[in-house]
Design a protein around this ligand. Structure first.
Ligand code: UDP
Length: 356
């Protein structure tokens, strides 16, 4: 057994770290390929250092290209690595171009694909992530589903008739949040360093469907500016998003900080009163740390959070976001419920692979 792991974006580094630890415990050799999709030093380097993730064995350095060019170059590079490394299994995570390129390169060379975070759907094909997920799932032999809803999505699409195995493992993000959340108070002083006083709201937005649509971007910024008048809003801002805001001449009043390392993020999550985000990962992390969330999107892949009242969807428009914030800020749901496997997902994944 030899695993070839393909990662390239921030959340994938985090998820792969949890699984890598368990693969090691089970003596399963792993080669890591960093496609280079996230190249900003502020993000990737912090993550590799902080997370104790073994440095990738390969770095393809593919970034800053259109979807087609990026995926194409990754495909080419991954294919060469498959030829020289001869892995038994290629593991991909989530829904990025790196995910799709890894899956496609492998299946064309008759190497089995395992997809972590399989079966998630937003049912919005305009999202590049949705296209990546659907295609990756379809060519994967091993589908590691984080939730019951994701299993149902696959079955509804006929995956029960395909030559693949569907396994409900729980969500590796919860493993990661528990593991690093226990260490973050020692490792991060962000709340005192930045003199962030409670109560504050933690907000992030970076999704193309929001940032590349001037009306939505303006709506989000205006809503956060308004909330900031009532409660400090802290936004670790992606450089790409910041560039777009500047180029559109939109004024921000809320508190912008550079993208933060994961331990800092854990401390921000523990300290905040509420999360507003368009990130998939952060919606769940809010739940893991017992915080309500407003998701500034029309749909979410993490439907169980909405069903149980932990999360409220808000169309990215000023008034809608403000109403959602008002509704959620005083909500006190009981967070004591197992929706994501209680931190055992990566262990289940490694045991499954060991049994192959
Ligand atoms: N994250 C972080 N620092 C930041 C922004 C995000 O550590 O400045 C973490 C966040 O906690 C989550 C992950 O990165 O675990 C989510 O990344 P992102 O929002 O880029 O992607 P998505 O979840 O939408 O795929």
């Amino acid at each position: 057994m030899k695993i070839l792991t393909i990662i390239g974006a921030r959340p994938q580094f985090i998820k792969a770290a949890a699984v890598s630890r368990q693969l090691k415990t089970n003596n399963i050799p792993e080669i890591i390929v960093h496609t280079g999709q996230h190249f900003d030093d502020n993000m990737s380097k912090i993550f590799f250092d902080e997370m104790d993730i073994p440095l990738p064995n390969y770095n393809l350095n593919v970034h800053s290209l259109s979807h087609g060019a990026m995926t194409g170059r990754m495909l080419e590079g991954i294919e060469q690595i498959i030829i020289s490394e001869k892995p038994t299994l290629v593991m991909v995570y989530g829904d990025t171009n790196s995910t799709l390129a890894g899956a496609l390169a492998a299946v064309k060379m008759h190497v089995s694909v395992a997809h972590v975070e399989a079966g998630l759907r937003s049912f919005n094909l305009e999202m590049p992530e949705e296209v990546n997920r659907i295609l990756t799932d379809r060519v994967s032999s091993h589908l590691f589903c984080p939730t019951q809803a994701s299993v149902q999505n696959l079955l509804a699409e006929g995956f029960g008739n395909f030559n693949c195995r569907i396994e409900i493992t729980g969500d590796v993000m919860q493993d990661v949040a528990l593991y690093y959340g226990a260490k973050s108070a020692e490792r991060s002083k962000i709340l005192s360093n930045l003199k962030i006083n409670s109560p504050f709201a933690l907000a992030t937005f970076h999704r193309q469907e929001n940032t590349d649509d001037p009306a939505k971007l303006k709506g989000i910024v205006e809503a956060l500016n308004e909330i900031h008048r009532k409660m400090e809003v802290v936004v670790p801002i992606h450089p790409r998003t910041e560039g777009l805001i500047k180029s559109m001449g939109i004024i921000t009043d809320f508190r912008k900080i550079p993208p933060v390392g994961y331990f800092d993020m854990m401390e921000l999550l523990k300290g905040c009163s509420l999360v507003l985000t368009d990130s998939g990962g952060l919606q769940k992390e809010a739940f893991f740390f017992g915080k309500c969330c407003v998701t500034m999107r029309q749909e979410t892949e993490w439907v169980e959070l909405v069903e149980h009242g932990f999360n409220l969807l808000a169309y990215p428009e000023k008034e809608t976001i403000l109403r959602a914030w008002e509704q959620m800020i005083n909500r006190k749901p009981n967070f004591n419920i197992d929706l994501y496997g209680n931190g055992k997902a990566s262990e289940r994944i490694a045991k499954y692979i060991k049994s192959l």
